[in-house]
Design a protein around this ligand. Structure first.
Ligand code: PLP
Length: 456
């Protein structure tokens, strides 16, 4: 009989559970991003920097729920806060205003220079959607500009040019639809810009200046490709000049690049900011904050004659001079208790420095290992997040990634999974406060084994 590859040998229970899941869920998953070949791994428990799967394998987790778990798994302060909150409330949710909303809102206003007032949502997706609606509602212009390869969540308006095809450097990016079911309307009303290329970006913005209601970007592309600071500054100046609200999607960078996110780190202040991930402390959350005059358009106080439609209280009032924003679970108190505990823990001195130093050391040593084995690769990142890119050219935007050796990277990721390093294949590495010296040493040993296997 043919020998069974080690990945399949070690993960038989995951394979079975995947088969079962596929009977009731398309592709066996509840989010496309959770899927990978030959099948995703099913986890059973976690603690600190480690995940444990249903076959009893242990992994050092560098996915950390796509970067959300800045404090690692099961941080005792977060768990305690949630339990106490549930005990104190006697219910998970009130469905009414409560004190934690203001408590967390105050933190966001204090910490984020671009946030004067804020609204909570249940996910990063909802946050960017609300930010775009606020911007287009405020300007009265329907087109938006986004950057090629930038991800803002899985809904129609932003599923444009997220996974582009290769193009030559001097050819401007195209607006293309990335999913079935997205009406052409969104392609036609989305202007696509090249990240870190000011010359082209400026020309495209100038051409569309009178039609654009928003410019949205990930200030650090995909959480790991840093911006040229001059590029960010020029984008800010230009959007101010043209009166186009600038939205920073800080769902990945918020509370990752420091307490004040990318805007604090780079000193470039957007009109609107979308947050998510770390803010939820492991629970689903999002938030939008920004300039008060823009945020205020969603206030139900804008008209005094609030009506209710057919028993369905839309919070609006006959006209369309209030921007509609709602959500059954918005500002969920259990979630916000985890968020507040997370922010409090992150506010302690030295936390970011420690995790950033760990990331820096890991990157250097991984690069050394790649080099020792004659592999052409590097890490690309900023702060506590980086990615491994098998390429010998600088990585400044999504097109450079497309030209890297993605096939070899996938093989490396499988070898790493077999050795107990959990990364979502192809995806970035995120670190947490739980990634201590010991964990790094263990990681490097496993990493070296993975690379050795790859070149064999
Ligand atoms: N924006 C960015 C930059 C993200 O990375 C993500 C998720 O990965 C989102 C928005 C969507 O957030 P969520 O998955 O919470 O809806």
């Amino acid at each position: 009989a043919k020998p069974v590859p080690p990945f399949l040998e070690k993960t038989r229970n995951s394979a079975e559970m995947y088969e079962e899941a596929s009977e009731t869920m398309p592709g066996g998953v509840t989010a496309n991003i959770k899927h990978f070949e030959p099948y995703p791994l099913f986890m059973e428990s976690a603690g600190g920097a480690k995940l444990y799967d249903v076959d009893g394998n242990e992994y050092i987790d560098y996915n950390l729920c796509y970067g959300a778990l800045m404090l690692g798994h099961g941080n005792s302060r977060v768990i305690r806060a949630v339990k106490e909150q549930l005990d104190q409330m006697g219910t998970p949710v009130f469905g009414t205003p409560h004190a934690l909303e203001s408590a967390v809102a105050k933190k966001l206003v204090q910490l984020y220079p671009g946030i004067e007032t804020t609204r909570f949502t249940n996910s990063g997706l909802e946050a960017t959607m609300l930010a775009i609606r606020l911007a287009t509602g405020w300007t009265g212009r329907r087109k938006i500009a986004k950057f090629e390869g930038h991800y803002h969540g899985g809904y129609d308006q932003v599923l444009i040019s997220v996974t582009p095809e290769e193009r030559e450097q001097d050819v401007p990016p195209r607006s293309s639809v990335d999913s079935l079911g997205v009406p052409d309307y969104y392609r036609d009303n989305t202007v696509v810009l090249p990240f870190n290329d000011w010359q082209q970006t400026e020309a495209i913005l100038e051409k569309h200046r009178h039609e654009l209601g928003a410019v949205i970007l990930e200030p650090v592309q995909a959480g790991f490709i840093p911006p040229d600071i001059e590029f960010l500054k020029k984008l800010r100046e230009c959007t101010l000049l043209y009166g186009i609200p600038l939205i920073f999607d800080e769902v990945k960078t918020g509370f990752r690049l420091g307490l004040s996110g990318a805007q604090g780190r780079y000193g470039v202040i957007p009109d609107l900011t979308a947050l998510g991930k770390v803010l939820g402390g492991g629970f689903p959350v999002g938030a939008v904050g920004g300039r008060q005059e823009i945020m205020e358009i969603c206030s139900p106080n804008r008209r005094s004659d609030i009506l209710s439609f057919g028993g369905q209280d839309t919070g609006k009032n006959g006209g369309s001079d209030v921007l509609f924003h709602s959500g059954t679970y918005n500002g969920h108190p259990t979630v916000l208790s985890a968020g507040l505990a997370t922010i409090n823990a992150l506010e302690e001195t030295g936390v970011y420095d420690r995790v950033e130093q760990a990331a820096c050391r890991l990157r250097q040593e991984m690069e050394q290992i790649l080099c020792d084995f004659g592999l052409c690769g590097r890490t690309v990142g900023v702060g506590t997040i980086f990615n491994l890119v098998l390429s010998d050219t600088p990585i400044r935007e999504v097109q450079d990634l497309l030209r890297s050796d993605l096939h070899l990277r996938k093989k490396l990721d499988t070898a790493l999974l077999e050795r107990g390093i959990y990364v979502k294949p192809g995806n970035r590495f995120s670190l947490s406060v739980a990634h201590t010296e010991d964990v790094l040493a263990e990681t490097l040993e496993r990493f070296e084994g993975g690379v050795r296997q790859l070149i064999r």
